[in-house]
Design a protein around this ligand. Structure first.
Ligand SMILES: NC(=O)c1ccc[n+]([C@@H]2O[C@H](COP(=O)([O-])OP(=O)(O)OC[C@H]3O[C@@H](n4cnc5c(N)ncnc54)[C@H](OP(=O)(O)O)[C@@H]3O)[C@@H](O)[C@H]2O)c1
Length: 252
């Protein structure tokens, strides 16, 4: 098995569930020391245990990515505990759905503060550390909903993720000269609870996606993690400011 991240410290926000947990496990399997972050301690501890059970190294930091104080502490704690920060996967996100005309301002603010301000704050602290310490790699989680596709009732989410796509590409141009390589993934429906509609079961989702997606199924956690690891790996060394769509053809 290849170990593309041996000797690297990788930070994963939203690492207590879904795409973040799967990617944290994948980084650890390829040699990285992984720090998982999120608001809830218990899911993060579970990810750490899963990694340790496989013989990997990991630790958890509870942090709200929409807080400037928390994101500064997240990066400084990672560096203090593990001696550096080489790879960051800014993946934490929330989804607020509903018609734009009826959306309350608190939901709109929550959508933007976690998905957009959260990525901005994480990148700000990560870039500062990486620039001063020989460079690094950042991957942000956007979505196919946003820069690539729009659907009714997910306008706020799409606006937040379009902002992540644009912020990623601008930051990539700014930072590559300092050795910080930045890209994004833009997934379509992946097999996590976020892609379930209200009241929908996994079987219902499978049935819906048979006709709603050209590929006829949701993306797997392994497929999402593999895309992140490739973007973060030296094999993608010439890939800068790319927004990698993995959506089974939905926005093709
Ligand atoms: N699943 C899909 O179909 C899909 C498609 C396109 C894009 N995405 C994006 O992929 C990312 C991961 O989503 P997922 O599908 O894996 O769903 P998920 O399991 O709900 O993961 C979201 C993670 O973000 C964390 N989080 C939420 N708010 C946070 C905050 N303020 N500070 C820190 N962490 C926070 C959550 O942990 P806590 O609640 O404990 O904080 C959770 O671990 C999200 O950015 C999502 O928008 C998902």
């Amino acid at each position: 098995m290849s170990a593309r991240f041996t000797g690297k410290v990788a930070l994963v926000t939203g690492g207590g569930s879904g795409i973040g947990r799967a990617t944290a496990l994948a980084f650890a399997r390829e040699g990285a020391i992984v720090v998982v972050a999120g608001r809830g301690a218990e899911p993060l501890d579970r990810t750490v245990r899963l990694i340790e059970d496989e013989g990997g190294r990991a630790s958890a930091v509870t942090a709200d990515v929409s807080s400037s104080e928390d994101t500064a502490r997240l990066v400084s704690t990672t560096v203090e505990r593990h001696g550096g920060l080489h790879v960051a996967f800014n993946n934490a996100g929330v989804l607020e759905s509903g018609p734009i005309a009826d959306m309350d301002e608190a939901a709109w603010d929550r959508q933007l503060s976690v998905n957009v301000t959260g990525v901005f704050l994480c990148m700000r602290h990560e870039i500062a550390h990486m620039r001063a310490n020989g460079g690094g790699v950042i991957v942000n989680t956007a979505s196919n909903l946003g820069a690539h596709l729009r659907v009714p009732f997910l306008g706020a989410y799409a606006a937040s993720k379009a902002a992540v796509s644009a912020l990623t590409r601008a930051a990539a141009k700014e930072c590559i000269g300092d050795g910080v390589r930045i890209n994004a993934i833009s997934p379509g429906p992946i097999e996590t609870s976020m892609s379930l509609r209200p009241g929908e079961t996994e079987a219902d989702r499978a049935e819906r996606l048979k006709s709603a997606l050209p590929i006829g199924r949701p993306g797997t956690l392994a497929e999402a993690a593999a895309a992140v690891l490739w973007l973060a790996s030296p094999e993608a060394g010439f890939t800068v400011g790319h927004d990698l769509v993995l959506d089974g053809g939905a926005s093709a």
